[in-house]
Design a protein around this ligand. Structure first.
Ligand code: 5GP
Length: 248
């Protein structure tokens, strides 16, 4: 894909979105910044963005291969992804297979408890309002998505979970929960956007039970980037390492 990258369009906590000379395509730069607790805890960890970009690209490709529409187009080089421009819906869609994190703090669930069927939680993506939990009536009243879009998002989230639980299981990784963001493409179709990486998923090593994700940073422990590199090593095929020239 031959596009020219132009100026910035939007800057988030861990990624920059840049315009290209094609109005339907954006370039997503994965930065090394890492935050937790709505930006209260911050750091910059060398190579964090690099590994998140290759992990996200691989997962988007796996999902596209399973028939899930995503924003992903290409990873011309680690750190920078070309993606379809989406009109993002400000909802953080969280799917939980196993109780961990905030749900254990906020409700009488036990850490490690399995959810069958999985729980889908929707939070309003708004730092100003502290990402409060939504329900369908609030989403409709806010006018941020239609009833049909909400059911499409739920359907896609369950499909993504089926694909990713199996994908990670084969690689020796447990997927307790993850966060997704969706948007509309130029034809109004809902697509998975943002990223799917150790910043946005809980990933536990099947052998040791240890986290390989942002929980390491949230707990103030060392070894964040080496865990992210380990995830890349576990999920990438030799062919991926060669075509993206990934440093493992
Ligand atoms: P929790 O509700 O336990 O904080 O998070 C549940 C899952 O969603 C975790 O995998 C977590 O990484 C992800 N998640 C929830 N909110 C956010 C967020 O604002 N940013 C990111 N990167 N991930 C989130």
């Amino acid at each position: 894909m031959n596009v020219k990258i132009n100026g910035p369009l939007y800057s988030g906590k861990a990624k920059d979105v840049l315009m290209t000379d094609d109005p339907e395509i954006v370039a997503v730069r994965f930065r090394d910044d890492i935050t937790a607790g709505d930006g209260e805890k911050k750091d910059t960890l060398e190579m964090k963005g690099y590994y998140n970009s290759v992990i996200s690209a691989k997962i988007f490709e796996v999902l596209e291969g399973a028939g899930v529409p995503t924003q992903y187009l290409e990873l011309p080089e680690p750190g920078c992804m070309l993606a379809r421009k989406l009109d993002m819906i400000p909802i953080e869609v969280i799917l939980r297979n196993i109780a961990a994190g905030s749900i254990v703090r906020r409700f009488p669930f036990t850490e490690g408890q399995k959810f069958r069927p999985p729980i889908i939680q929707m939070d309003y993506k708004s730092d100003e309002h502290g990402d409060p939990m939504l329900n369908e009536d609030i989403i409709l009243a806010l006018g941020i998505a239609t009833r049909d879009e909400i059911s499409e998002i739920r359907r896609m989230t369950l499909k993504i979970n089926d694909v990713l639980v199996e994908f990670f299981r084969e690689k020796g990784i447990i997927l307790p929960d993850f966060k997704l963001e969706f948007g509309r493409d130029s034809s109004g179709r809902i697509r998975l956007g943002d990223e799917v990486s150790p910043d946005t998923c809980r990933l536990w090593d099947m052998e040791t039970g240890k986290p390989l994700d942002k929980d390491i940073f949230r707990r103030g422990e060392e070894g964040v980037v080496s865990a992210y590199r380990r995830v890349a090593e576990m999920i990438l095929e030799m062919e991926d390492i060669e075509r993206w020239n990934v440093k493992i």
